[in-house]
Structures are given as structure tokens and as C-alpha cells.
Design a protein around this ligand. Structure first.
Ligand SMILES: [Zn+2]
Length: 480
């Protein structure tokens, strides 16, 4: 089956045809760094991360660019509030965001350009738009003349006349038409020198939209394959990117426009005014990053997803099941003295089923369901004492396909322990207390006081801790 993607531009699912055979250039609008990233950002990050991982696994050569918007009104405002330099503030939040991304298993992109490193490219693009009659300077600002670009509205399916009704000119703006948007913003009094650049139109800084137009084309060419981002960016950000870039080059900017859906929090829109914005950092204090990732991937990226504790817990259990299964498979092969040996060959039908789901517009929800069936088979075959090479093949395939989704890639026993710490913290269980109880139980058993040993098991079980006796001693886990 060929790769199919839902293209916002065409408003339908289409067969994917690359600009250059075998290669895919992807640009995703990254984060405007003025605060900690929230779960909505996590959705965008994981949706495109999994797409890139899958495409590479499926044999495509992918060039993946995800930018940092490090100059913007919000950054400047926040920096001034804090008495900080905007550059320092954005650097700080880039680093914080990188930490969160690592916890979520989001890979570093091939290029992660920062807007402030590309001012000359933005200025060149603006100059070209003025030269071609698509933009005009006005008292230190430069505006894009929306009516000069015939295709305006083609992505968001809006008509200029409808837009005109809602458009207004902000105080201080000198636009010819209320629809026009800023490409260059004149420096305002009190703005730090670090966010002011000299230009042919006077000192100032770029508008948000032109930043992405300059960065995506610098790294991926005039016309490239996929441009992505959250649904909220369709209008005006992506519409404006198209207008600027295509007016300047006379060529299409990107063939496919992919947009991920929103997140609601307990069925409410996430917003600052409702006070229900959950940062990734805040969630990582209670949940394993991998559980959050599995939760985000459990719904198709285009659909809305509702964040509830119950839904994340379900995803957490799924991750648990994957690691427990891998650990069980490893133990089975170790017992058969086949540890580390690879299976005869990957299991065609499972690989195909997984691939089909992902080629259908990156349907991670279906891919996860199919992967779970593979884990089910793995467990069933171990329980049936299947031949070791069969188990080895199942194990290897389960690992490979999980890895494509960025899941279950840690050493299983280590992951189980790390995840146990997080679950214990969430439930207020002190690991030292559990270890102490395990010690007391071992002592009771040594003294042949089995009544007391059983009482200790029941005592920890009442707190949600399960004890497992094995050849290597007693392990414990938090019941999820
Ligand atoms: Zn952008």
C-alpha cells in the first residue's frame, strides 16, 4: 500500500508523491519559547516524531526540520516582566523544552533552526516581496499586501470578503488594507537591543510568519514535501506562510500540509483563562514520559484527544504490559540459553499489519492496537512453551515495531524499576518502606514464621504493592 496522508490543502486523504523519489523533506513549526511547554505541544511533537520514525523505518530518506521561534512579542513581554534579556529567556526555555522532549522520547530534528539566526534570510525574502509588488514599507514596518496574492485563503478555505469583515487595523499600524499582515515590525521604545536588527526599512524585527518561510526554504528548498503543525496554525500562520513564500518564488511552497488536532482537558478547552493548562513538566512529576507518549499516540493525530487521568492510566498500563512481556520473553530465552540470539526472521504478517496502519495517514491508534495483538501472541506462545526460535522472532518483532513508535525501547527490567519509582511517588508509597517490609518478610520466612510473612505480603498489597518471588529474590511493583 502506498503512503497516504490527509492534506489540509486538498482537504482529503491523498497518495503521497515526493518531490524527489525516496526522499521526504518535512518542516514542522516548533515552539515559541517564552514558557514551559504544555501537553498540547507534546502532542504536536510526538505526532511528527512518530511520523519521521516510521518513514525512516519504512525506507524513506527523511530531512526533518523543526524550528524554535525565539523572537516574538510574547517572549519580549515576558522577558521585560522578569527583567531578563529576551535572548536569555528563550535560551532557557529551549533547554527546558529539550529536557521534556527527551522524557517523551521525541528525537532531535535534523535541523532545529532558531529564528534569530536567520534574520538576513528573512530580510532578503522581504526585500524580494517589496520588489515584486507584494509588500510595502510603511513608517518602519513592512506589510504583505494580501490582495496581491491570488491564492490567499486556499489552505484555510477562507474568502477575502469574509476575512475583511473581521479585520481591523491595530493602533499604530499603518496598513493599506486591514487584511495585510506584518513582515517586519519597527522597533518600539523600550525594546531591548538584542531583539532589534538594522534593516533597509529601519531598525526592527521580523514578523512570526516570515520567520518560518525563510527557515523552511533555506533547509528544504523552494518547494518541499510536508509542512506540519498544530491545527491552530492553519490560519493565519500557515496561510500567510504560503502567501509570502509563493508570492516571492512563484512556486508552490509545500505539497502536503498536515495538522494535528487539539487536546481538551477533561472535555474542556485548554486555556490560560480556565487555568487548566498542564505543562509537560508538571505531568512528568506524576507520570512516566512514555505513558504520556503512549496516551498521545492512542488517538489518530488529526482527531481531538481528551486528557483524563483514566486515559493516561490506561496508556501507562499498556506500556507496563509491553515491558513485562519483553522481560518475560527475555527470561524465557535466558532459561533456554538463547538470550541475545535473534529470531529466525521478522514476522511478516505482524510487520505488514503494522505498516498498513501507519501508511494510512500515520494511524498510530490502529498500529498500537495491532502491536498489542503481537504482544498477546508473544505471551501466549511463551505460556504454551513454544520453540525458542519462534519466541525469539516474536520478541524481536515486538521490539522493532515498538521502537518505531518510540515505545518500549529501554532495557525492560530497568524500565520497570524506573517506572515503579514514578508510580510509587504518585501513590504516596515510600520505596524504602517497601524494601524494609521485604526484608522483614524474608526474615520471617527464614524463621519459618509463614503467618507473619503472609501478613506482610497482605500489608503491602493493601497499599497497592505486589511482591513477586523469583530466583533472583523478591521484586516489587506498584499495581497500576
Ligand atoms: Zn511556522
Amino acid at each position: 500500500m502506498p503512503l497516504r496522508v490527509f492534506n489540509t490543502l486538498a482537504n482529503e486523504k491523498q497518495d503521497f508523491t515526493p518531490v524527489r523519489p525516496g526522499r521526504i523533506g518535512i518542516y514542522v513549526c516548533g515552539i515559541t519559547v517564552y514558557d514551559l511547554a504544555h501537553i498540547g505541544h507534546a502532542r504536536m511533537l510526538s505526532a511528527f516524531d512518530v511520523a519521521v520514525r516510521f518513514l525512516r523505518w519504512a525506507g524513506w530518506e527523511v530531512a526533518f526540520v523543526r524550528n524554535w521561534t525565539d523572537v516574538d512579542d510574547k517572549i519580549i513581554r515576558r522577558a521585560l516582566e522578569r527583567g531578563q534579556d529576551p535572548g536569555q529567556l528563550s535560551e532557557h526555555f529551549i533547554e527546558e523544552c529539550r529536557r521534556d522532549m527527551q522524557s517523551l522520547g521525541v528525537m532531535v530534528a535534523d535541523v532545529e533552526p532558531k529564528a534569530t539566526d536567520h534574520i538576513p534570510e528573512m530580510q532578503a525574502l522581504i526585500a524580494r516581496l517589496i520588489e515584486r509588488g507584494n509588500a510595502y514599507a510603511s513608517q518602519g514596518d513592512v506589510y504583505f499586501a494580501v490582495r496581491s496574492f491570488a491564492g490567499y485563503g486556499k489552505l484555510s478555505k477562507r474568502h477575502l470578503d469574509d476575512l475583511r469583515a473581521g479585520a481591523r487595523v491595530e493602533p499604530g499600524e499603518q496598513k493599506r488594507d486591514p487584511l495585510d499582515f506584518a513582515l517586519w515590525k519597527a522597533a518600539k521604545p523600550g525594546e531591548p537591543a538584542s531583539v532589534t536588527w538594522e534593516s533597509p526599512w529601519g531598525p526592527g524585527r521580523p514578523g512570526w510568519h516570515i520567520e518560518c518561510s525563510a527557515m523552511c526554504q533555506k533547509y528544504l528548498g523552494t518547494t518541499f514535501d510536508v509542512h506540519g503543525g498544530g491545527k491552530d496554525l492553519v490560519f493565519p500562520h500557515h496561510e500567510n506562510e504560503i502567501a509570502q513564500s509563493e508570492a516571492a518564488s512563484g512556486q508552490e511552497l509545500a505539497h502536503y500540509w498536515l495538522h494535528n488536532g487539539f487536546i481538551t482537558m477533561d472535555a474542556e478547552k485548554m486555556s490560560k483563562s480556565l487555568g487548566n493548562v498542564r505543562t509537560i513538566r508538571d505531568l512528568l512529576a506524576h507520570w512516566d514520559g512514555e505513558a504520556l507518549r503512549a496516551f498521545l499516540l492512542s488517538t489518530h493525530y488529526r482527531h481531538p484527544i481528551n486528557f483524563t487521568e483514566a486515559a493516561v492510566l490506561e496508556a501507562d498500563r499498556r506500556v507496563d504490559y509491553f515491558y513485562e512481556s519483553l522481560a518475560k520473553g527475555d527470561a524465557y530465552l535466558a532459561q533456554k540459553k538463547l538470550a541475545g540470539r535473534s529470531g529466525s526472521e521478522p514476522l511478516g504478517e505482524h510487520v505488514l499489519a503494522f505498516r498498513e496502519a501507519m501508511e494510512d495517514d500515520f494511524n498510530t491508534a490502529e498500529a498500537l492496537a495491532r502491536l498489542e495483538r503481537l504482544y498477546g501472541t508473544l505471551n501466549a506462545r511463551i505460556d504454551a512453551k513454544a520453540r525458542p526460535d519462534e519466541v525469539a522472532a516474536l520478541l524481536q518483532t515486538a521490539r522493532a515495531l515498538s521502537g518505531v513508535l518510540g515505545l518500549a525501547s529501554r532495557a525492560p527490567l530497568e524500565a520497570v524499576r524506573q517506572r515503579r519509582q514514578i508510580a510509587a511517588g504518585r501513590k504516596g508509597i515510600d520505596p524504602k518502606w517497601v524494601e524494609e517490609r521485604i526484608g522483614a518478610r524474608i526474615a520471617a520466612r527464614k524463621a519459618k514464621d509463614f503467618v507473619r510473612a503472609d501478613a506482610i505480603r497482605a500489608e503491602v498489597a493493601a497499599r497497592g504493592v505486589e511482591l513477586r518471588d523469583g530466583p533472583g529474590g523478591t521484586e516489587w511493583r506498584v499495581v497500576l
